[in-house]
Design a protein around this ligand. Structure first.
Ligand SMILES: N[C@@H](CCC(=O)N[C@@H](CS)C(=O)NCC(=O)O)C(=O)O
Length: 211
């Protein structure tokens, strides 16, 4: 399988964690977002949304959307599970994952902040405030939703943790600290100790060549 990746992409980072937890190896190909490679025709043929990640299967089928890719990996190799067997826990883990992936992450995406800066002429300070505002709102909700034990809901990581850890990397990059989020802080500590999360971290994963 060929994985279209970018080290600093939160969505790709989610898939890297899932691959590492499941021990699935893939060939990596960088799509350099700061060089706008996600909008090159050859990549748009793979993913018409012009976003990373994408996963190309050996027969040429291309899967897009990190959570859809993770669900595919879960079907391909069910253990270790990333969605709990218990239906209520499964719904809770999915809800926390979606609170991040659908309602928080997109607002800080490169194309959104570029539009704010270039088309709407917003200042650097206002764009930073935008980033921080939406990430704090998302983390406020996640803090209320999760029940760390020590991962978001369970003793082993689920899709909730897989979405949360990359969002925390983003939060830290833009100066949002976890002091007011004790439950999220506890999950962050558990993720920081977990080998799959360490291996998938942007600073650990092989980086795309510089701009
Ligand atoms: N919902 C998508 C989000 C994918 C996404 O937004 N990827 C970002 C990187 S984290 C991207 O490719 N951004 C490029 C851009 O904004 O031009 C998923 O989960 O895969």
């Amino acid at each position: 399988m060929l994985f279209y990746d970018y080290d600093r992409s939160s969505a790709a980072y989610r898939v890297r964690i899932a691959l590492a937890i499941k021990g699935i190896s893939v060939e990596r190909r960088f799509v350099h977002l700061l060089r706008a490679e996600q909008r090159l025709p050859a990549y748009l043929e793979k993913n018409p949304q012009g976003l990373v990640p994408a996963l190309e299967l050996d027969d040429g089928t291309v899967l897009t959307q990190s959570l859809a890719i993770i669900e595919y990996l879960e079907t391909l190799q069910p253990n270790p599970r990333l969605v709990p067997a218990d239906p209520v826990l499964a719904a809770r883990a999915r809800a926390a994952a979606l609170a991040i992936a659908c309602d928080t992450h997109p607002l800080g995406n490169l194309r959104v902040v570029t539009y704010l800066q270039e088309r709407l002429a917003q200042s650097e300070a206002d764009v930073l405030e935008w980033r921080r505002h939406w990430v704090r709102l998302g983390l406020d909700a996640v803090e209320a939703l999760i029940r760390p034990s020590p991962f978001c809901f369970t003793a082993a990581p689920t899709i909730a943790d897989i979405c949360l850890a990359p969002q925390l990397f983003y939060a830290e990059r833009f100066g949002v600290t976890l002091e007011t989020y004790p439950k999220i802080g506890a999950v962050a500590a558990a993720c920081a100790e977990h080998p799959a999360f360490r291996a998938a971290h942007p600073d650990a994963a092989e980086a795309a060549p510089g701009p």
